[in-house]
Design a protein around this ligand. Structure first.
Ligand SMILES: NC(=O)c1ccc[n+]([C@@H]2O[C@H](COP(=O)([O-])OP(=O)(O)OC[C@H]3O[C@@H](n4cnc5c(N)ncnc54)[C@H](OP(=O)(O)O)[C@@H]3O)[C@@H](O)[C@H]2O)c1
Length: 372
């Protein structure tokens, strides 16, 4: 693909915004054109405003860039990624969509809106069909909203999808051990988290219990009919930097043995793999057979952080099976998932450059005429 898209990162200074910047450096289709932050950061250089947290160097191209205010008039882009604080993201993202920007968001406020796809491109790629109805219902022209799930949900649902396709998933119990970076920056005070495990994260169990049903649901006319599965979630914050580990037990609708479960997980591929999208992991799920894997430090960067690693698959004396999974919370669980979603939207003709849209002016607005 020779065309390049200019993209803005809204909320570029936080841990997820920084991941976007890192993952977009050298991206074959997307180049970062605008970085935004709150009033505290706007007008400062990115280097000063962001306090770089990641293991790779702060990209030179971003270091001296001036952080812009988070409003449509301050942004020069074909579409925007949102890494905004969920407390403020809702109305700001709507303002951008109304102004004509496709908004590919990590934030929570619009995830459960009936007309907004809650998308993981290699789990529920067909849910982009909601976009046309969303634009019609909300009166958006070229703008729209697409969200990706909560970071723990992203890991869980990636493992549930192959099993739901193969056997049907009826009930799930999940206990998480979630990294500090999942709380944003500065997040949980170090004195609270070091030498400790905190058995509470506000609103997290609710998200884990609600979001998978929408993601695994079917598109029905203009909304998603949620999948019927019961989920019980218990969450913990643990003192690791990145990577959420989850202990999962589940009940299947059809009979299977542990080898069938492992095979369904390991062989799963979806549209982004078949289309060889730049950020698609070769396999969304990597199955490990060692008795003590996955481990957070050793496995979180599997497939560049884009694969979910599953191990310890065995029978469960209460439900049918149990296993451990690991998801990189700011890559597959956030920025990487958004970037893959955007690549899928390009592939489906639902993301166009503003030049292409201008060139087509007078015809049907470009994003409405894409194949769904
Ligand atoms: N961390 C994860 O693992 C993870 C995973 C999945 C989803 N998410 C979601 O992704 C989003 C970003 O997460 P994060 O951990 O990077 O959050 P964060 O540390 O809270 O950063 C949020 C960003 O929002 C900006 N912001 C805050 N208030 C603003 C305002 N009033 N106007 C404009 N910008 C404002 C901040 O800018 P300043 O620096 O200028 O304040 C910062 O750039 C959140 O919605 C989060 O729930 C996070």
């Amino acid at each position: 693909m020779s065309r390049r898209f200019k993209v803005a990162i809204l909320g570029a200074t936080g841990p997820v915004g920084q991941r976007f910047l890192q993952l977009l450096e050298n991206h074959p289709w997307f180049e970062t054109s605008t970085l935004t932050g709150s009033g505290q950061s706007a007008g400062r250089s990115y280097r000063d405003a962001a306090g770089w947290l990641l293991e790779t160097p702060l990209p030179e191209s971003a270091a001296n860039r001036v952080v812009r205010e988070t409003r449509p008039g301050a942004v020069d882009a074909d579409f925007v990624f949102s890494a905004l604080d969920s407390n403020v993201a809702g109305p700001i993202e709507e303002e951008f969509a109304r102004a004509g920007f496709p908004v590919i968001s990590n934030a929570a406020p619009h995830r459960t809106d009936p007309d907004v796809p809650l998308l993981l491109a290699d789990v529920n790629p067909g849910h982009v069909a909601l976009i046309a109805e969303q634009q019609r219902r909300r009166g958006y022209s070229t703008g729209y909203l697409v969200t990706n799930p909560n970071c723990s949900t992203a890991g869980l649902v990636t493992a549930l999808k192959p099993l739901d396709d193969a056997f049907g998933v009826e009930a799930v119990s999940v206990v998480t051990m979630q990294a500090a970076s999942g709380a944003g920056y500065p997040g949980v005070p170090s004195i609270d988290l070091l030498d400790n495990v905190i058995p509470f994260i506000a609103n997290e169990e609710e998200k884990l219990e609600i979001e998978p049903g929408k993601i695994l649901g079917r598109v029905q006319a203009d909304a998603i009919e949620p999948a019927r599965l019961a989920i019980s979630a218990q969450v913990n914050r643990v003192p690791v930097v990145d990577g959420h580990l989850e202990s999962v037990s589940l009940k299947l609708r059809a009979k299977a043995n542990a080898a069938d479960v492992a095979q369904a997980l390991a062989e799963y591929v979806s549209e982004p793999q078949l289309a060889a999208l730049p950020s698609a992991p070769e396999r969304p799920v990597i199955v490990r057979s060692e008795r003590d894997r996955p481990q957070t430090r050793l496995d979180r960067m599997a497939a560049g952080g884009m694969a979910v690693v599953v191990g310890r698959i065995r029978s469960c004396p209460i439900l049918d099976f149990r296993f451990t999974l690991l998801v990189h919370n700011t890559i597959r669980g956030a920025a990487g998932a958004s970037i893959l979603n955007a690549e899928w939207l390009v592939k489906k003709g639902l993301l166009r450059t503003r030049e292409e849209i201008r060139a087509e002016s007078g015809k049907t607005p470009a994003v409405l005429s894409g194949s769904h």
